[in-house]
Design a binder for this molecule. Sequence first.
Ligand code: PHE
Length: 441
Amino acid sequence: MTKLFIRNIRVSSINLYKNYTTITKPATSLKINDKEFVTDDYTNITPKILSYLNRDLHLKKDNPISIVRQRIVNYFYSSFTHGGNPIFSVYDNLSPVVTTKQNFDDLLIPEDHPSRTKSDCYYVNRKTLLRAHMTAHQSELLRSGLDNFLMIGDVYRRDEIDSTHFPVFHQVDAVRSQRKEQLFQEHSGLELFEPMFDSKNPHMFENSINDPNKQSCHSLEATKLMETQLKTHLIGLVHALFGDNVKHRWVDAYFPFTHPSWELEIFYENNWLEVLGCGIVRNEILANAGPNNTIAYAFGLGLERIAMALYKIPDIRLMWSEDSGFVSQFQNKKLNEKITYKAVSSYPQCTNDISFWLPSDVTIDTFTNNDFYDLVRDVGGDIIEQVKLKDKFVHPKTKKHSLCYSIIYRHLERTLTQAEVNKVHKEIEKAIVKAFNVVIR
Ligand code: PHE
């Protein structure tokens, strides 16, 4: 009996163990960008979210996010130079998988801060997450010896999906640091730090943020001059993006990693729109990462917000659209060109190609595309969403020139049938034969 009992216990404990391993560890690892991560009770990243990694909207040439990125980078490149060279370095290719140390600890974000919760972040495991802000890279870049830099990329926050919120968006974050001689070029004799503060040993002097005007280690002169520069540079940026007449206001703010801190709002389309957060970098962060004889400002701004306001894009999800009705509105534009997004219908597109031989006195280079486009619109009307050149061809023997265009049809209020599209397409063919003396292939 005793034996059996013991045996029973042993058997059931083996079963328990089995259950334990299968129930609490369904998948023990997760592969992200070819790197294996051990999962745990913090893992809450979903396959859907993982599918947004590597989309790199901020680097896709004609995406509005990327257009705004280029305009911001150009502003910093052209406004801050030394001996003709830009002083800001740009990091736009840093992996979004970061440690909790990078995203929180290095930035003095308290252990119990709500931004750390599982309900706010996408955790890979307890120690690893998808960065919730680009500031996550600030310390490592400072540690590598950089003083002026921009960090640009995708950030991940758990959020509802609606017209202005999406769990993935893009930020530009920046740090500009200066030594005493740089900041006080025109006022030598002034100091960055309070006399009591030994910058070689920042721990000697307890640095507090109790005074709303400055960190206790910094001199008031240094803080005020940095504040003026920070605000001037950011207003310059806003003017470069939105024009010189845009109204703005500064609002006092709080971030664990800067003090003092502000938010900048602009008055756009009858609303105050918060565009960025900024402040003077907490000296502990600089000292921990290396430079202990500089003062720095930092800021972070959201690219989607700015792109949506600038180009009147009504829904943040459109940024991810690969629908040519959206994409084409931002293609082949000059960087500072005024673009106003026009809503495209959600009904499906229908694409028909049209190919023709040009008459002998016209070549693929002298044929006027715009004339063709106008004619297509004249005949097809509002259901023409787009016309684009698909192919140019010169016959090797006959030397005849041929062009091929795609015409994209879409009705704003209903689904077009292929039959009715074909009918319009035929009429377009007839019209171009008549107008341009071409031969349909
Ligand atoms: N990281 C902050 C955010 O995501 C923005 C910020 C960056 C604020 C740098 C101050 C300094 O909201």
